[in-house]
Design a protein. Structure first.
Length: 311
């Protein structure tokens, strides 16, 4: 949970405590009602201890029962319950997946609250407004659930489209988008950036002699090493097959070549050799790709396990 999420989570609990305080002050509990209030507070604190993910599920039924209890005990002031009934639908929406049976529990408690004034013989002057508001709240909550579901699907497919499933690194499309952003920054006057292309030497032989499972393990190991040995602002991605790319923002040619040489030496100590091509952005992304790829090809043809420059 990020900072804003924690803020609103704590605000909701503070709001619950304040609402209880206001209710007790306006309608002081008597006799057994004090015990019921204490029980509800204990249940709320226990739910709080379960954490943000489980608390809504444990709170849904106690909140529904509490609102019904308040509707019974405050007599003709029962419409005050309407201010807090939206909590039922939101708790159900947070506690259960959209469109599940559990998700309908909020609507169930809303129906109980709508029928209660009729069964209890309360003053019904405000009942039509209360009943219609509950229908609106249920409908809005289901719309919210639908948008939440669609947002989750879009986020899932976006992450899938930009992530290499084997290594977990950004894929080629993600790297290209990142380079487009860096190019835009350079056009605004910021320092240029560099691209390193890395191709593992003789990787096909690993697959042929030791199997694809060992090849996959090696790719993951290389990916982890690269991520751990670049700066925090640098971006490591899988370019394709046994080829990786490292995007170095605000980096000139000599510094990029030094980074590539350091990575080459580090991989060699792990028992893995690779050929590196380094290029620097000079106003044309296509030119950057071609120079880095040309330098990589030169490193391969010159004996592998080396760094060549395309600048």
């Amino acid at each position: 949970m990020d900072g804003r999420g924690r803020f609103f989570y704590l605000a909701s609990w503070m709001g619950m405590a304040l609402a209880l305080g206001l209710q007790v002050r306006r309608f002081p509990p008597q006799g057994l009602e004090v015990l019921l209030y204490g029980l509800f507070i204990l249940l709320a604190l226990w739910a709080l201890s379960r954490g943000p993910k489980l608390a809504p599920r444990w709170l849904l039924h106690p909140v529904g029962a509490y609102l019904l209890f308040e509707m019974v005990r405050v007599g003709d002031s029962w419409p005050l319950v309407g201010f807090f009934s939206p909590a039922l639908y939101l708790l159900a929406g947070l506690a259960y997946p959209p469109w599940s049976l559990g998700y309908l529990l909020g609507a169930f408690w809303g129906g109980v609250l709508v029928l209660a004034p009729l069964l209890l013989g309360r003053n019904l002057d405000f009942w039509p407004h209360f009943a219609v508001s509950q229908v609106l709240l249920v409908g809005l909550t289901f719309l919210l659930a639908r948008f939440r579901e669609l947002h989750g699907q879009i986020r899932f497919w976006r992450e899938q489209a930009l992530t290499d499933p084997l290594t977990g690194l950004p894929n080629r499309r993600a790297l290209e988008m990142a380079m487009e952003r860096e190019a835009a920054r350079v056009e605004r006057g910021e320092e240029t950036f560099a691209l390193i292309l890395l191709d593992l030497d003789d990787f096909k032989r690993v697959n042929d002699t030791q199997g694809h499972q060992e090849g996959d393990r090696l790719l993951k190991e290389v990916a982890q090493y690269l991520v751990a040995h670049v700066r925090q602002g640098d971006l490591v991605g899988r370019w394709g097959g046994e080829e990786f790319a490292v995007l170095l923002p605000q980096t000139k040619g000599e510094e990029a070549a030094q980074v590539a040489e350091r990575l080459r030496a580090g991989l060699a100590r792990l028992g893995v050799t690779g050929s590196f091509g380094v290029a620097v952005y000079q106003g044309d992304l296509q030119d950057l790709f071609q120079k880095a790829d040309g330098a990589l090809y030169l490193a391969k043809s010159a004996g592998k396990d080396r760094v060549e420059r395309g600048f």
